[in-house]
Design a protein around this ligand. Structure first.
Ligand SMILES: O=P(O)(O)OP(=O)(O)OP(=O)(O)OC[C@H]1O[C@@H](n2cnc3c(O)ncnc32)[C@H](O)[C@@H]1O
Ligand SMILES: [Mg+2]
Length: 218
């Protein structure tokens, strides 16, 4: 993948994402490095209007700084009853530097406010989807590969599960009768927005490498 041997740099500071990328790339013999391994690099301002814009901002900033290909992930939760919010603002729904717990509480309070006056004990508050856009940027060729994945579910007022990260305990999958946080890493990878985007990106990369003889190799 790059001149530093079997290393893949992912432009993220999200430890939950890092765990999922490590799990996905270990079978390919790739060791994942995150922004925690490059603490001197400045944070990227995620002010794009779309997941794709933000993913590209992150992969390009870090790729240009390090001079080798870098993968970035911009993702979030789009809730139908909230007209698609929090979307690109998912990480800071409850404010800059909000914790996952604070974001989850904010989501439940917004949805429960909408349901006020309704005489129902139904725990499923709204349909929603997780979306993930991946951007792999090569600063030498200046080429970008992208892939997007999504998964449909419901926001439940009854959080459950200790796996995953972010909004996973509130994201209910009716087919599995479980929240995303109740799945194993393996199961999440098979159905998640990130898992789907990763499989698409890998397929695109393989096709490109076969056609062109590789991303930049030194
Ligand atoms: O930008 P980086 O450093 O990668 O980390 P981040 O946490 O800020 O990541 P994003 O900007 O892409 O914001 C995505 C937010 O959406 C949520 N999210 C994304 N994928 C998720 C998943 O698989 N499960 C639960 N929540 C997720 C979670 O709250 C993330 O913080
Ligand atoms: Mg972010």
């Amino acid at each position: 993948m790059n001149s530093k041997g079997n290393i893949l740099i992912v432009a993220t500071k999200n430890k939950g994402k890092v765990r999922e990328f490590e799990h996905a790339f270990a079978p390919l013999g790739l060791t994942v490095k995150s922004m925690y391994d490059y603490p001197h690099l400045p944070d990227v301002v995620e002010d794009g209007a779309t997941f794709a814009e933000n993913a590209f901002k992150k992969s390009k900033a870090v790729g240009d700084a390090l001079g080798i290909p870098v993968l970035a992930d911009d993702s979030g939760l789009c809730v139908d009853a909230l007209d698609g919010r929090p979307g690109v603002y998912s990480a800071r729904f409850a404010g800059e530097d909000a914790t996952d717990g604070e974001n989850n509480l904010k989501l439940l309070s917004e949805l429960e406010r909408l349901k006020q006056g309704e005489d129902t004990d139904q725990p499923l508050l709204s349909t929603a989807r997780f979306v993930c856009t991946l951007s792999l940027y090569d600063p030498v060729s200046k080429q970008e590969l992208t892939a997007e994945g999504a998964v449909e579910g419901w926001i439940t007022s009854e959080p459950s599960g200790a796996g995953g990260f972010g909004y996973d305990p509130l994201f209910y999958l009716s087919e599995h009768e479980k929240t995303m946080a109740e799945l194993t890493l393996e199961e999440k990878q098979q159905i998640s927005h990130r898992g789907t985007a990763l499989r698409l990106l890998t397929a695109k990369l393989e096709k490109k490498l076969a056609a062109e003889g590789g991303l930049s190799q030194e």
